[in-house]
Ligand binder design. Structure first.
Ligand code: SF4
Length: 483
């Protein structure tokens, strides 16, 4: 009988091919940064969940046979919370996040780092319950503990209220009987040949699949999938046999953005609207080009912050004067203290009182500034004034410029290398927002040595500075218009 775990059965439900590859071709799996972040977050939230039920025992041996034995021995002793209690029934192995002693048995708690109960958690809880019940342990209640995003961290390690326990006993009642069938189907898949499954929604929902690179290798050239905001259209074009956007008849495209992308791609030349520079030429100097980096921990670490709140820790600002002089200023929080005040004070000073402040995709920077108003009322008027001066380069670029090598994207990282090939991000040690978050966490970790801290500090400064320099180049390019 093939051994299974809860996560394998869940993976099978997401996609039979995924489970088959996981077992028979594990070398094809590619874990991306977001999957790693999700796992790290799960661990941190799990630690807090255990702290909230103190006095228990963590069964953390990697030797699963030993873990099962330890669980049995502990359950035979005086009742106390068990963390990662391990059970095996009919070749299906599970580890329960929390077992909490209750009148007449145990509460079984699954801990999730999401901020609500998702539909797909019910199957997860049903498998846990099926195994635990068959292990002859009376389960009085089944709960999902998820993050309550209205929680505000009061400081001093007080996390009571961070997790909201939802009783799902009734919701999963009807699913428990389905578990033997799920197990049977997963085993049948594993005993067969590689399933034929076409890539689709299941590749990213509910979780990104680590076999995406195998099933959907990156396509060179200009596939229909580069058309933004309409996956259905790309699928329809594919099913009609179009593998290259340049072969698609224009009448198949029904919006201006798609037709513009199609036109520039077919012609192999960029399109730049001659009026692109009008709005920019009217703006005064000095001009500021601003970009933020933020961190959004599931478990808030700074007093007064909420779960998943975007806390800014870095900014970069290029300042351009009327005579063409350019100045660069930056801030990067170096230690793990609350970075917000030390972030905003020098920023407001740098931004002065006049001149447009360019950002790329205004919603992000504007929201971060607005969120700093409440904790620092003494700075509120300065923050309001800065918000009023924000100018978004993104819609100007989007309305006026497209280059075939942008491949359907107006992200700054797609746009700027088409204007200046030296301004790509591939040569940077930190090349994206997620990598910047990871670098910041490592840099502020007390266990990181000084040499590494300096390396990360420089890499973060380079990255954020590249973003604002890219905005300078883009603004100049749009303002100059076609040659
Ligand atoms: S990439 Fe998609 S089709 Fe391929 S195994 Fe994963 S979920 Fe299945």
């Amino acid at each position: 009988m093939r051994g299974l775990s809860k996560s394998r059965i869940i993976n099978h439900q997401q996609c039979p091919k995924r489970l088959w590859l996981q077992v028979h071709r594990p070398e094809l799996s590619q874990t991306d940064a977001s999957a790693q972040t999700r796992m790290d977050t799960g661990q941190v939230v799990g630690d807090i969940a255990r702290q909230l039920f103190p006095g228990g025992v963590l069964i953390d041996t990697p030797d699963l046979a030993q873990a099962i034995q330890d669980t049995r021995a502990l359950l035979a002793g005086p009742p106390r919370p068990l963390y990662e209690a391990t059970f095996e029934v009919e070749g299906v192995l599970i580890r329960a996040d929390l077992l909490i002693p209750d009148q007449g048995g145990y509460r079984l708690v699954e801990v999730k780092s999401a901020t609500s109960v998702k539909d797909y958690y019910y199957a997860d809880a049903a498998i846990q319950t099926w195994v635990v019940q068959r292990s002859q342990l009376p389960v009085t209640r089944i709960e999902i503990a998820h993050i309550d995003n209205s929680f505000v961290y009061p400081g001093h390690g007080a996390y009571q209220g961070l997790l909201k326990h939802v009783d799902v006993t009734e919701d999963i009642g009807g699913l428990i009987d389905d578990v033997p069938r799920w197990i049977h189907e997963a085993r049948a898949t594993l005993d067969g040949a590689e399933p034929v499954v076409l890539p689709g929604k299941q590749c990213s929902e509910p979780y990104g699949c680590p076999f995406t690179a195998y099933c959907s290798p990156p396509v060179a050239g200009y596939p229909p999938e580069i058309l933004p905001y309409n996956r259905g259209l790309a699928d329809a074009l594919r099913s009609e046999g179009y593998a290259d956007l340049r072969e698609v008849p224009e009448e198949c495209l029904h919006n201006d953005t798609h037709r513009r992308i199609w036109r520039a791609t077919c012609a192999g030349t960029p399109e730049l609207n001659p009026q692109a520079g009008e709005q920019l030429r009217a703006l005064p100097y000095p001009r500021y080009y601003l970009d933020f980096e933020t961190i959004n921990p599931a478990v808030p670490t700074w007093t007064g912050t909420r779960p998943y709140m975007q806390v800014p820790f870095q900014w970069s600002c290029h300042i351009e004067y009327a005579d063409g002089r350019m100045e660069h200023r930056a801030f990067l929080a170096e230690n793990g203290d609350d970075p917000r005040r030390s972030f905003i004070e020098p920023l407001l000073e740098t931004l002065g009182s006049d001149g447009p402040i360019f950002v790329y995709n205004i919603g992000f920077e504007r929201s971060r500034l607005n969120e700093l108003r409440d904790p620092f009322p003494d700075l509120a008027s300065g923050i309001d004034a800065a918000v009023d001066r924000l100018v978004d380069l993104y819609p100007i670029a989007k309305a006026n410029y497209y280059h075939p090598e942008m491949r359907g994207s107006w992200s700054i990282k797609a746009v700027v290398p088409t204007i200046d090939a030296d301004l790509g991000y591939d040569n940077l040690q930190v090349g994206g927002g997620e990598a910047a978050q990871a670098a910041y966490l490592e840099m502020t970790d007390p266990n990181t040595d000084e040499r590494r801290k300096h390396e990360l500090y420089d890499a973060l400064l380079d990255y954020c500075q590249r973003d604002t320099l890219a905005m300078v180049k883009l603004a100049h390019f749009l303002q100059a218009g076609p040659e």
